[in-house]
Design a protein. Sequence first.
Length: 593
Amino acid sequence: MRHFPTLAALILVLALGTLSARAHEGHDHDKPPPLALPVAPRVVSVTPDFELVGVLSGKDRLTIFLHAFATNEPIKGAHITVAAGDQSVDAEARGEGVFNASAPWLSSADGVDLVFTLQLADGNQDLMAGRLEAGTSAAASTAKSGTAGSTDRILAYMKGQLGVAAIGGLIGGVLLTLFAVGYPGRRGAAAAAAAVASEVATESKQVAATTSKPVKSLRRTAGALATTCLIDGLLLAQPGVVPAALAAELPSVPSTMVTDLAQRTPDGTLFVPKATQHLLSVRTILTAPGSAARSVELHGTIIAGPQHFGRVQPGRPGRIEAPPAGLAHVGLRVEKGQVLGYVKSYIEAADRANIDSQIAETEARIAKNRTILSRYEGRPGAVPQVKVDEVRGELDALTRKRAELVPSTASREPILAPISGVVSLAATTIGQIVDARDILFEIVDPSEFWVEAHSHNIDAVKDLDTAYAVFDHAAHVAQMPLQFAGRGLALHQQSAKLSFKILRGHEGLAIGMPVKVILQSKVKIDGFVVPASAIVRGQTGLPIVWIKTEPERFEPQTVKVEPLDGTNVVVAAGLKADQRIVTEGVTLLNQIR
């Protein structure tokens, strides 16, 4: 227990050092974490209408990006004059919203306060101001509206931290020395401190004296450590003195860096340079609260209308033959009753022999009955009239039987179009042998399409107001209004079949195409209506939006989403009014690591 005061003092010193490191003067817990990669010096200025970011892209060159505040669209047809005091230079337009300004005073070692005069295409003018710090580093990208951090601040912060650590190390070394050498507990704290101070003061003399009294190695090590920590602390305490090793660790920003690298910070936010935003065409909108219809989203399939679909099947087996105009092919527009091809009767050898025998037997009986009938007619009254009529009737029946048997071996059946439309399926080739009820052609009338959807909720169409079908077409979302036609009473895999008629078709439709069916009810919900393209999946799999908090900062926000009309959605929770959310280029932002 004799070392308890020493241990208590050591714990107190360490605790104080921790507290000072955590709660030093000037620390801001609301600032974003520093970036992992350096960025070029820049000036940032923001007004309610515009965002301006100037990046030092050369020794005396400033690349300026001018975008609209609400939409992040580049400002077209603008002219910018850059001024610092009584010096000014006109910026050269390098594209929509991109300018270059060159002047020697832009790369001042002390930084420079800049004023940007905007001459807009509509004749209006605006002023924007900001400060370009020559020592801007990765930590400076978190500054707002024309302010930037300085390398001197970073050095001062690091020197303060290392100074506190050096003093803590000195005191810790002294206390560890007292604990290691085991001074008696009877000696007071003042005597122990005086002994250690005396030992530190005479350390150099003891090193030089080769014949001096031996000193314990543990005590020498602790004393040397304390002396080294004291010297380092004093050096760091002097303004403007930084060790070479510390200076070498600071990031070096190339003066010719035109565009910086986009990167994700440890807290999940993104730093995306204006040049990258301009290249990726990142666009935003301002959120505004409102109300929208409660909607249900179903999966559907495009089908043909009941009266606008025809199927061609042969009535007997046979071989396909082409008409004079050629066989019908996919995409051919045909009219009702048009000949699409022929089916020549095809009979197996055994069946053909059977038919031939029946034909021969029928012809023999026909000849016999004709002979008998001629004899009866040659002797009128010799036989009863009933007998004559009987022979004549049998002869007529045999004649009709032969008429049916003979064509079956060499006849052909025409294939006719049942409706007018476009051939969507042609499963025939010349010489192909087909069976009865095989599907040869399918014809679709494109003037009317329907949508068939399945819903596990049989009340999905209750209080139905409007319905839409949406699908992706040519990199855009196409929307078609629907009219509810009916609901089937039989369930298929526990889902009811719903039929809708497309009121206004689209040229990209095809039978069997999957679509999304949006059913909007008359019930309204409160939220924010945003484009569906603004919703992406975060790292946890939940839906998120990217909110633009600063000109080059984006923050992810988890939201609760409900469908609306296929092209827009309703964010029921997670957003506030007047927030800038990304609507275009959001998938590219979401891939930044």
